[in-house]
Design a protein around this ligand. Structure first.
Ligand SMILES: *Cc1c(COP(=O)(O)O)cnc(C)c1O
Length: 389
């Protein structure tokens, strides 16, 4: 084993089952290990490097800001933070943005907003947030409580109280949960990512929005993974004809630097006042400058290409040898394989492709601008890896 792998194993907390690959450089959708072996990157750092590795325009935006001011406290104004918030609001019809550093923190903000809104309006016992089974909302103790997967909870109890999980796509169960709890919000991912790359049914998503409206509870859509062009629209909720009260995002928005955001709709735009919430690094000028270069390039042309590439991947993999089904939306794709997903991913590594897993599936989250020829090369290798031996 290489020196770096040994040092890492000795000194870095063992929270990640790392694949035996060390990446030292890259460009676009291609990365290289320490021996110069090339890999096509079909994971983009779990949907983070939206325009690939060392993207020229993003580097320009980031380095330009780096040489001006790298950080100021949120007690002062900085241009990238204000500009990014304006762009996000204009592109979504949301009204205000709170910036954080990660997906979990964006969700923490949404949960605080929901609690304050409900408790001011209805009373201090209105705090329950309904989330879905198989959801994933983060690793802090509160977002873990929101996460509807018991295996993440074990031995970390007591978690933050006030979360109830109902089965995805079960409108009756949702109605019952809303009736039997003093509910502040419903929180969903339109396409469950860590839960296995499964899109919720459109009727269910619409029902969430209708019930929220009817009961004056908030609809929070977690777009940490699905957002920022990933699903063929700027945010995935736009595929379903709903208007959330709060949209949270992170991962792909920063193009590779830590950034999270909670986008606040009309009802909740003024819920947070001075001192109610904060973050030292939230809205960092460098992260925001990079994010502006990302969001401004997620235009109709790029989104159309995302949809075309998605169609190509579905058609190439559906009915392929060793593939049982393909799920997801846009460039967020899950492949149920006959072989264990982990074996397929290891075979892909041998062949020079980096893929992810989600539950029992192989998961693909390539850069939004992956060139068609590179994508075709990767899919060929993935198809080979799926084949029964
Ligand atoms: C990754 C993810 C999170 C957590 O984001 P972090 O940046 O790791 O805190 C939350 N929700 C969803 C849907 C995610 O995919």
């Amino acid at each position: 084993m290489s020196n770096i792998k040994n040092i890492d194993k000795t000194y870095v907390a063992s929270t990640y089952a790392r694949f035996p690959v060390e990446i030292v450089s890259g460009k676009g959708s291609v990365v290289y290990d320490e021996q110069g072996k090339e890999y096509i990157d079909m994971g983009s750092g779990i949907g983070v490097t939206s325009f690939g590795i060392a993207d020229t325009e993003w580097i320009g935006a980031v380095t330009n800001q780096l040489s001006k001011v790298q950080h100021m406290s949120n007690l002062y104004y900085t241009e990238p933070c204000a500009t990014l918030a304006e762009i996000l609001c204009k592109r979504t019809d949301m009204k205000k943005v709170f910036f954080a550093n990660s997906g979990a923190e964006a969700n923490e903000c949404a949960i605080k907003v929901a609690r304050k809104y409900a408790q001011e309006k209805k009373g201090s016992d209105y705090y329950t947030i309904i989330t879905l089974e198989k959801s994933f909302h983060g690793r802090t103790l509160t977002t873990l409580a929101a996460t509807g997967q018991d295996n993440f909870h074990k031995l970390f109890t007591p978690l933050t109280p006030g979360f109830v999980h109902t089965p995805a796509n079960d409108i009756n169960a949702l109605e019952n949960a809303v009736k039997s709890n003093k509910t502040a919000a419903i929180m969903i991912e339109c396409i469950q990512g860590e839960g296995g790359v499964v899109a919720l049914q459109k009727e269910f998503i619409k029902a969430c929005a209708l019930i929220a409206e009817r009961e004056d509870i908030l609809l929070i859509v977690d777009e940490v993974q699905t957002g920022n062009g990933r699903c063929g629209t700027l945010y995935s909720y736009m595929n379903f004809g709903i208007t959330p009260d709060i949209v949270t995002t992170a991962k792909g928005i920063g193009g590779g630097l830590p950034l999270g955001a909670a986008l606040l709709g009309e009802k909740v735009q003024d819920v947070l006042g001075f001192g109610d919430h904060g973050s030292t690094f939230g809205g960092n000028p460098i992260s925001c400058a990079g994010a502006i270069s990302i969001i401004n390039r997620i235009d109709d042309k790029l989104l159309c290409e995302v949809k075309q590439k998605s169609k190509y991947i579905f058609e190439a993999l559906e009915n392929a040898d060793g593939v049982e089904s393909v799920s997801g939306m846009g460039l967020m794709i899950g492949i149920k394989t006959s072989k264990p997903a982990k074996d397929v991913v290891n075979k892909c590594i041998e062949g020079g492709v980096l893929c992810l897993t989600a539950k029992d599936k192989v998961r693909l989250l390539p850069a939004l601008n992956i060139p068609q020829d590179v994508l075709e090369r990767a899919i060929k290798i993935i198809k080979d890896a799926c084949k029964e031996d």
